[in-house]
Design a protein around this ligand. Structure first.
Ligand code: PLP
Length: 373
């Protein structure tokens, strides 16, 4: 065992505690703690501005936002989605009494492969729920074309894609709705939190109502079976503070990403995953694939790193399609998902966060290259 400090895949960047005090004092003085207070309204405006979107509704977490987005889309029957994601993606369908239909991924991006979607469509299909995995953009045009041909809604799980832009602007403008997570492990965090990006004011009003029990504004009656998905003033205030440091944090992530890529480029059998197409990335994750030509098996490399206190993560193992509540679905058959089942045995997500020291990055590269151990 090594006597180094343990390094985990992510570490939240916390601003100076003193800087949070004025926000707290404001909340204490006002005594408005939640339910659409000024902090929530300010964070919504600030995020619209930062992200380049028109309408956003903040949530207590990304999972409630995802469940509510699926509910707001008014779906029935089957929804096509990816097996290569965090479990909240598929769970949001079960919470809405919908049947997930898994479609295999593109081995260059790990995102759902639009070319395989059409074959999975039946007369019960009502929507597609893709994920911008690791913050790398999906083939949004390919997905839109299939959706339009078959009259399907598209809801993006954009939990990894905060701040990502393509040549036309925010990646979050695509689809009927996009959903963000502000969990502590994400690029932008409010401790717990999330959001739905809405295309227009009417949709935002409906989503705001769904996250507030379905109450009509003013509370005279209840129109929908809504949930409590509201974000508190403290969480919103923390988001405002985080936003002040975000550009600097993204810049540090970019440099770490660059350092890994340069260092690992000459290691045979290790493949870094690139985002495809012109886009501004957020460097939320740093996944590598351990290919058969690498001298060690993936799990052996993973344990080797862990023995030196470098604790990567095997996102997204197990595949959603191999979990007990999904594995009996016809589409969950591994023969239907050969790329996802292969990739999930090759991936390791390496540590990446703003305060990760370049010396540690070099140490990790050395461990993988077999030059310093
Ligand atoms: C984090 C995450 C979620 C869930 O967000 P929470 O805020 O943790 O509830 C959903 N989908 C994906 C792909 C995620 O990574």
């Amino acid at each position: 065992m090594s006597d180094r400090e343990p390094i985990f895949v992510t570490q939240p960047a916390l601003p100076d505690l003193e800087a949070f005090m004025p926000y707290l004092r404001e909340i204490w003085d006002r005594r408005m703690l939640t339910n659409g207070g000024p902090m929530e309204q300010r964070l919504e405006a600030a995020l619209c501005d930062y992200l380049g979107v028109k309408h956003i509704s903040l949530f207590c977490n990304g999972t409630q936002a995802l469940i509510t987005a699926v509910q707001a889309a008014g779906l029935s029957g089957e929804v096509i989605t990816t097996p290569y994601s965090f479990v909240a993606t598929a769970h949001s369908l079960l919470w809405n009494h919908l049947t997930p239909v898994f479609v295999d991924i593109d081995p260059s991006t790990m995102n759902i492969d639009p070319a395989r979607i059409e074959a999975a469509i039946t007369e019960r299909t009502t929507a597609i729920l893709p994920v911008h995995c690791y913050g790398h953009p999906c083939d949004v045009q390919g997905i839109r074309q299939v959706a339009e041909r078959h009259g399907l809604k598209v809801i993006y799980d954009a939990a990894h894609a905060f701040g990502v832009r393509d040549e036309g602007g925010s990646l979050l403008r695509h689809g009927d709705l996009s959903v963000l997570s502000f969990h502590a492990t994400k690029v932008f965090s409010t401790f717990e939190g999330g959001a739905i990006i809405c295309p227009d004011e009417a949709t935002k009003r409906r989503v705001d109502q769904l996250k507030n029990f379905g109450l009509v504004p003013g509370g005279a009656t209840v129109e929908f079976v809504g949930t409590n998905g509201k974000m508190s003033e403290i969480h919103a205030a923390f988001g405002l503070l985080q936003l002040e440091h975000l550009i600097e944090a993204l810049d540090r992530r970019r440099l770490i990403d660059q350092r890994y890529r340069e260092g690992l480029a000459k290691v045979a059998g290790i493949r870094c995953i690139d985002g495809v197409g012109e886009h501004l990335a957020n460097h939320a994750y740093f996944p590598i694939l351990v290919e058969p030509s690498y001298p060690l098996a993936r799990d052996v490399l993973f344990e080797h790193l862990a023995a030196h206190q470098i604790h990567g993560r095997l996102y997204f193992q197990p595949l959603l399609s191999n979990l007990p509540m999904y594995r009996d679905l016809p589409s969950a058959n591994p023969a239907n998902l050969t790329v996802a089942n292969r990739v999930v045995g090759q991936v390791i997500c390496l540590p990446i966060y703003p305060n990760l020291e370049h010396e540690t990055v070099d140490f990790i590269i050395g461990l993988i290259a077999g030059t310093n151990a």
